[in-house]
Design a protein around this ligand. Sequence first.
Ligand code: MF3
Ligand code: CO
Length: 273
Amino acid sequence: MGIIYKTEGELDLIHEANVIVQEVLDGLQERVGPGVTTGELDAWAEQHIRSRGGVPAFLNYKGYPSTLCTALNDVIVHGIPDQRPLEDGDIVGLDCGVFYKGYVGDAARTYAVGEISEEAAELMRVTREGLWLGCQAMRSDCRLGDVGWAIQSYVELHGFSIVRQFVGHGVGMSLHEDPQVPNFGKRGKGLRLRPGLVLAIEPMVNVGSREVRTDADGWTARTRDGRLSAHFEFSVAVTAGEPRILGLSAERAAEVLSFSPDSDLELPRAATA
Ligand code: MF3
Ligand code: CO
């Protein structure tokens, strides 16, 4: 296969696809709540994507049946929307992909349903911030290992585990391109990042062990120990300057890129060699 480096013009179009993805993820934030089903969320997402002239990217991908992947509580990724009402205290990962004008965007967030436990809130915060630190390593003076290392070291510092069985991926012309993007790694190792590289970075973080088991449906991936898992994802481009978080407004991208953990623990910093 090989890595497909994108031009500035192509990045603009991949951004447009991701704008639709972010509209869906923002709209879902308004709609998630006790009593709502993931099937209803899925139907709304599909309708919104089509109303914008896009096509759901996961639907029919290797036989996948829905627009969204919905990951409830101990589900890590690839849960299938259904008619079970969400309950107060649940957390649910919602992952969305969109084809638009021949390009594709991919992103995910984990959402709180009503009032959630402190443990669940901490898991979600650390996973989201780990993704942000990975995004900050998407620079032409870094390597792929710096991205995984930033995420892994931050997550493990907080006592959570990184799932190894699933990884991020190149994205843009098709949903899954080279290279694979582990959410763990060694500083200063691996592929040298170059302008035009676009990656879907998607840490999956467990409260307990990192082990996975898959349901009989062949899709739903759960924690082996039944404890909670969270998942956040952005499509991110390397440029000659700052990383470009595709689909975000300048303000929200600035929030991601300026994030700094407020602890006196040793912070993950990408190698600049
Ligand atoms: N963001 C996920 C991924 O990149 C979603 C894919 S779901 C699938 O793997 F159904 F399309 F496989
Ligand atoms: Co993805």
